[in-house]
Write a protein that binds this ligand. Structure first.
Ligand SMILES: Nc1ncnc2c1ncn2[C@@H]1O[C@H](COP(=O)(O)OP(=O)(O)OP(=O)(O)O)[C@@H](O)[C@H]1O
Length: 353
């Protein structure tokens, strides 16, 4: 495999629906009117809960499932309408990696990676050279002759990645590829995927139920719920201003910002009678992430702020902060307007009497 950049293919879901007929005759709508454009050469994450329709979305990209309605275009080619040689050609352009690796136990590392090339009828000398390159790329030179049972989970996934790259695909699909790995190994596999994306230029579309995976690797993301795409955009923008409740609930698990129990336990949705504190989430994005806005709020408006929880992290190379604060509910509107005017996003979470 050369290190030459390939042109990654775009993936376009156009009002895609997929219904399954169950043995009893009932119909399950797994994907419902989903439209999404996955940019060529980008890493895009689709996040959703179990049963949301993630696997079905992915399996339609390589033609393992056909859409019931709508279209899926990979590099402009209509996958759902392709048959025979045309479908095989699209599949060669679309590699896939899996949660449980799907390696052949009876073949060595090199043998597993060679398999798709053997199936494609590539001459054996070419196979040998390409497998050696791939083994090296995924850092398994010392394990080339080992069998899957002799490898760690992370090493098995590296074999899966090398095998998926063997036919020099334009798209790599990842089906929960790090879900069976520990956090440290997950990081090394995500780094490898990032390197591959950067070096080779192929498009990566991954599905996951972990927001941390999306944050750590994907430049673009979509949230799927009940078969529908409920939110999509650049990862940074979605993190900075999540619109859908499902996105917010995924985010609350990953930003490291949760209310202390003594506040959460007393919080109410509506403002109580008498004196109360308004609890607000403040999101600092981009250049405002490091501004001392809370100090300025106190200085300019004389409003005292309680800091309840907070974290500042990076998405890509941009700082991103999340703070949970509270202030006198009487001054809430004025305080929020001040923060919004200075480029911060605010969201009222509730009230404490
Ligand atoms: N072959 C099938 N026959 C019938 N129903 C199916 C089939 N495949 C998927 N479904 C149903 O479609 C819905 C979406 O399933 P899908 O596997 O795409 O979800 P998912 O988000 O990948 O979930 P998980 O994270 O648990 O794998 C579910 O209700 C599932 O039961």
């Amino acid at each position: 495999m050369s290190d030459q950049k390939i042109q990654g293919a775009s993936i376009v879901f156009q009002a895609v629906g997929k219904a399954f007929v169950e043995p009893g005759g009932g119909v399950v709508s797994a994907v419902d009117d989903a439209s999404l454009t996955v940019e060529a050469g980008a890493i895009t994450g689709i996040i959703g809960r179990s049963g949301a329709g993630k696997s079905t979305m992915l399996r339609m990209v390589n033609g393992l499932e056909r859409p019931t309605t709508g279209k899926i275009l990979v590099g402009g080619q209509d996958v759902g309408a392709a048959h025979g040689a045309a479908l095989r050609a699209i599949r060669r352009d679309v590699g896939m990696i899996f949660q449980h690796f799907n390696l052949l136990a009876s073949r060595t590392v090199a043998g597993n990676i060679a398999l798709p090339l053997e199936v494609a009828g590539v001459p054996s000398a070419t196979i040998k050279a390409r497998v050696a390159d791939l083994v090296h790329r995924v850092g398994l030179d010392a394990q080339s002759d080992r069998y899957p049972a002799e490898l760690s989970g992370g090493q098995k996934q590296r074999v899966g990645i090398a095998r998926a790259l063997a036919t020099e695909p334009k798209v790599l699909l990842s089906d929960e590829a790090t879900s069976a790995l520990d956090p440290e190994t997950t990081q090394t596999v995500l780094e490898l995927l990032k390197d591959i994306n950067r070096d080779l230029g192929l498009t990566i579309l991954l599905i996951t139920h972990e927001m941390a995976v999306v944050r750590d690797i994907a430049s673009h993301m979509a949230v799927i719920e009940g078969g529908k795409i409920v939110e999509a955009g650049k990862t940074y923008d979605v993190f900075a201003a999540p619109k859908h409740p499902t996105t917010r609930s995924f985010l609350s698990g990953v930003t490291g910002v949760t209310l202390p129990a003594f506040i959460a336990g007393r919080m109410q949705d509506t403002r109580p009678q008498g004196a109360s504190e308004e609890v607000v989430r403040v999101t600092f994005a981009g250049k405002h992430a490091t501004d001392p806005m809370l100090a300025l709020l106190t200085r300019d408006l004389g409003i005292a702020v309680n800091i309840l929880a907070g974290a500042i992290e990076e998405i890509g190379t941009e700082p991103f902060g999340n703070l949970l604060i509270s202030f006198d509910a009487d001054k809430g509107e004025q305080a929020r307007a001040y923060l919004e005017r200075h480029g911060l996003l605010t969201e009222v979470l509730g009230y404490v009497g």
